[in-house]
Design a protein around this ligand. Structure first.
Ligand code: SF4
Length: 300
């Protein structure tokens, strides 16, 4: 944008100049560029709206799977054009409409509404919060976000969903490294028992992610109540890959059971910043959500 303004308008950036530059770079009114639109159109036209696995999509679009996951998908998910399911990527209603298709439940082929979330926002005043931490990268911008709002944040690591054991240790190490770098107190429940986890959560089919989120927030709420915190929250709220309705539902239910407040804000807008921060801090950055099923689904 700055280069365009420099070359064509002596460095002046106005709304008109910005509009010209965006048109030149083929960025549309929703902020999607050419490749974003190609991904949506491909899913609509070649895969009937999905589901389609990452590796299949990568071959079809001619990009590396990592590039799709790291560069394109976060924005498409955040804006509600695309949804990840256990069976692969699917277009939402917004996704269908953006590329001129008709959602499946309107005679085309889609089942999701492309909800942009954020319907429930429980805001924090000054308080002490036990923050469930899923990994170092997600904690970077989340901890900053709450601290600048005057919240006294203490971290809590409880993630029996992370497999296999070496991956669990890598993410735990990442959280400890971040804690040292930003002076964050973190308590840990290092329960790691895949057989138990698969029995309780992994075997639950379509609702397994809800159960996984609920298990972790239930444990966090119990810890918060037992250690005298007024509230609890989770770094999952920064991730475009997570089901935010499930986070809100599980958080509210656990809050009610344990008598502590659940604090939620949709922090997906901070996701890109969290990836840059974690890179600068040299933290381990994982490639899949956590469980072996998610590692497998990544390549389906
Ligand atoms: S994909 Fe992620 S949220 Fe879903 S069950 Fe696996 S670890 Fe839990």
């Amino acid at each position: 944008m700055r280069d365009y303004a420099q070359v064509r308008h002596e460095g002046r950036v106005t709304a008109q100049v910005a509009g010209e530059a965006l048109r030149l770079f083929q960025v549309d009114d929703e902020g999607l560029d050419r490749v974003d639109r190609e991904i949506l159109t491909l899913i609509l036209e070649k895969f009937d709206g999905g589901p389609v696995g990452l590796s299949t999509l990568a071959v079809a679009i001619g990009e590396e799977p990592d590039t799709i996951e790291d560069v394109y998908e976060p924005y498409l998910l955040q804006r509600g054009f695309l949804k990840r399911t256990p069976r692969g990527r699917v277009l939402t209603r917004l996704g269908y409409r953006h590329c001129g298709g008709t959602p499946r439940d309107e005679g085309g082929g889609c089942s999701n509404d492309g909800d942009r979330h954020g319907a429930l926002e429980i805001r924090a005043a000054t308080m002490s919060m036990l923050l469930h931490i899923c990994c170092g990268p997600c904690a970077t911008a989340t901890v900053d976000h709450w601290r600048v709002r005057g919240v006294d944040v203490v971290g809590f690591f409880f993630n029996p969903n992370i497999h296999p054991l070496l991956e669990f240790r890598r993410r735990l190490t990442g959280v400890r490294e971040l804690a040292g770098q930003v002076a964050l107190q973190v308590s840990e429940d290092l329960t790691y028992d895949p057989a138990w986890w698969f029995e309780e959560v992994g075997s639950r089919g379509e609702i397994r992610c809800r159960a996984c989120i609920a298990m972790r927030l239930e444990r966090t709420a119990r810890e918060a109540a037992g250690s005298g915190h007024q509230a609890f929250g989770t770094t999952l709220a920064i991730s475009p890959w997570q089901d935010h309705e499930a986070i809100m539902d599980a958080g509210k239910a656990a809050a009610g059971r344990h008598g502590v407040q659940f604090v939620y804000e949709d922090l997906r807008g901070l996701y890109r910043a969290s990836r840059s921060l974690s890179k600068n801090l040299g933290l381990y950055r994982q490639k899949y959500c956590g469980c072996l099923l998610s590692e497998w689904e990544r390549y389906r």
